[in-house]
Structures are given as structure tokens and as C-alpha cells.
Design a protein around this ligand. Structure first.
Ligand SMILES: [Zn+2]
Length: 309
């Protein structure tokens, strides 16, 4: 029967070395989550990890997890034996993995948990020159939830300085599984919703380059339902060509001056260029709220004062 062996543990806990030793001479496919993460980071387009916003990093980690899982399933379907170096510290992440594998293919699923002694581990950290990250590494290791048979593994092994020992704890109640599965499903739904919202926002922004929308001159009150190109050609200062939607900048027709805008007033106030709504008059407040609500605020015509009902 095809088999997958997960090897999990904190950084510098000896996973790679253990895999080399324990599975030596066996015809196994070795997959490593770090390779998948690296690939996802590269594909994200961010050159430096430090510059990567947290949500992007999270999406990368999720993609790496999904891609690795898909590859494991594919290899198992080919009848191969797979060894996967993973983190999977949380029971719910492992349950999602085991559920997906069980659903796709009939395979043995085992897991090895690296539990090096304090001395050995500190040595590894020094050897790998990870001293600066020591605190972080130790804290992630504390996050490891030891796998429970209820998660669906055929065998669970604890790898310590004394060797590899089968460790099958008392199975947890069914409720534990149900809670984990519900949590995973909710998380997936939440992320899909967020991604959908982002996608729509990007689509809307893209459409603003070509669709007609309301242009309001904050100085003389003129308004026109025109495209970005039409507006630009008749002298409007308006996003997306001039400035950015949602950020304070001049919103003027071709006949009015920037020096009469809210933007100018704030920039030349001699104070920090921050808008305090309490300091604005009614006209400025209307302008400011419209800008904050862009681009949505420009799609439908505003019913302003003096407009015919
Ligand atoms: Zn004007």
C-alpha cells in the first residue's frame, strides 16, 4: 500500500538529518514544505520577506501547504512512498491534511515528531547559526501539539535522543475532531470571502479607467458623468489619472484652481496634514466624505443641496 510519512518539528530539531538516516536506502519521494514556501514567496513578487504584508505571507503559506498536499496525493496515487518534511504544529492543520488524503487515496499515514533533548537542540541551533532566532524557535516548539490517534494517523512516533518510539496516546473524543474540522471550514470560508472582496475591489478600480463616473468639482460644484479620458481632456484634476481614489487630493474641473481645494488648505495649514472633521465647514465635509468613499461614492449621482427632487 502507498504510504506517507510526515516528519514534523521545530527549526533545527533535526528533521532533514533524521529523514536522511531513517529512510536511507528506501525508494521514497522526499518533499519538503520549505521548498514549497520558497516557491510561493518567489511567485508573490515580493523580493524581500520583510516587505511582504502579513496577509500575503499567510496566503503564501497556505498555498505552499495546499501544493504540497496535492503533490503528496498525486505521488500516493502513483503507488509511491512519500516522506514529507512539514511543520503542521497544530492538530487542526494535520486533520485537514489527513482528511484530504483519506478522501483521495487508500494509504498508510504515519507521523514522526522530532523531540530532541535540550542540549542536542541548542547544539543544532548553534551549528545552523540560528542563535539570533533562538527565542522564536523555542516559542514555536512550544506551540507543537503532539499528534493524537484521533487525528487519523496509523502510527505516531516520538523521535528523541533515545531513538524512535511508537507513541499512541489515549484517543481524544470525537468532539475534538468535529471542532477542528469546523474551525478549518470557517477559516477557509473567511479567507475566501476576504479574497473575493479584494478581487472585487481590484476589478472596480480597474473599471474606473474606462467606465464613466461622476466627477464633482469641489470648488465650483460642477458635476459631470464622464470617463477618465474625457475628464482629463477637459482639464479635470481627478483620479485615477491625477492622485488616488480615497486619498486627499484636488478634485477640480478645468476652470478651477488647486489653491481653492480642501487639499490645498490642509497642506498649507502649517500643521500636520491630517484632516480633522470638526474643523471643516459643510462644503469641505461633503468633499472629504466623498473622497473617503471613493471610488464607490462616484458611481451613483449625489442628491446635493439645491438639486431638483
Ligand atoms: Zn470647478
Amino acid at each position: 500500500m502507498p504510504k506517507v510519512s510526515f516528519v514534523i518539528g521545530a527549526a533545527a530539531s533535526g528533521k532533514t538529518y533524521y529523514i536522511d538516516q531513517h529512510f536511507a536506502g528506501r525508494d521514497v519521494v522526499i518533499l519538503n514544505i520549505y521548498d514549497y514556501q520558497q516557491k510561493a514567496y518567489e511567485e508573490s513578487g515580493f523580493k524581500h520577506m520583510d516587505m511582504m504584508p502579513m496577509p500575503v505571507k499567510l496566503r503564501c503559506l497556505m498555498k505552499a501547504n495546499d501544493d504540497l498536499l496535492n503533490d503528496i496525493i498525486e505521488k500516493l496515487k502513483q503507488g509511491k512512498e512519500v516522506v514529507a518534511e512539514q511543520t503542521l504544529f497544530k492538530a487542526k492543520r494535520r486533520i485537514a491534511y489527513v482528511d484530504a488524503i483519506r478522501k483521495a487515496v487508500d494509504a498508510d499515514i504515519e507521523i514522526y515528531v522530532m523531540c530532541p533533548g535540550e542540549e542536542r537542540w541548542q547544539e543544532n541551533i548553534s551549528l545552523r547559526k540560528l542563535e539570533n532566532d533562538r527565542g522564536y524557535i523555542v516559542s514555536t516548539a512550544a506551540d507543537i501539539e503532539f499528534p493524537n490517534p484521533a487525528e487519523g494517523f496509523d502510527s505516531i512516533y516520538e523521535v528523541s535522543d533515545d531513538g524512535t518510539k511508537l507513541r499512541m496516546d489515549q484517543p481524544l473524543e470525537k468532539q475534538f475532531l468535529e471542532d477542528a474540522r469546523r474551525e478549518i471550514a470557517e477559516e477557509k470560508e473567511r479567507i475566501e470571502k476576504e479574497d473575493e472582496k479584494t478581487r472585487r475591489q481590484l476589478e472596480l478600480l480597474e473599471s474606473m479607467k474606462t467606465r464613466p463616473f461622476w466627477h464633482y468639482c469641489e470648488v465650483c460644484g460642477k458635476k459631470e458623468f464622464i470617463t477618465d479620458e474625457e475628464a482629463f481632456n477637459s482639464g479635470w484634476d481627478y483620479p485615477p489619472r491625477i492622485g488616488f481614489f480615497g486619498m486627499l487630493g484636488p478634485r477640480t474641473c478645468g476652470s478651477c484652481q488647486m489653491t481653492d481645494t480642501l487639499y490645498w488648505k490642509i497642506q498649507t495649514s502649517g500643521q500636520l496634514p491630517i484632516v480633522m472633521e470638526g474643523d471643516l465647514n459643510d462644503k469641505e465635509l461633503v468633499t472629504w466624505r466623498r473622497i473617503k468613499g471613493e471610488p464607490e461614492s462616484l458611481l451613483e449621482e449625489e442628491k446635493g443641496q439645491g438639486d431638483p427632487e
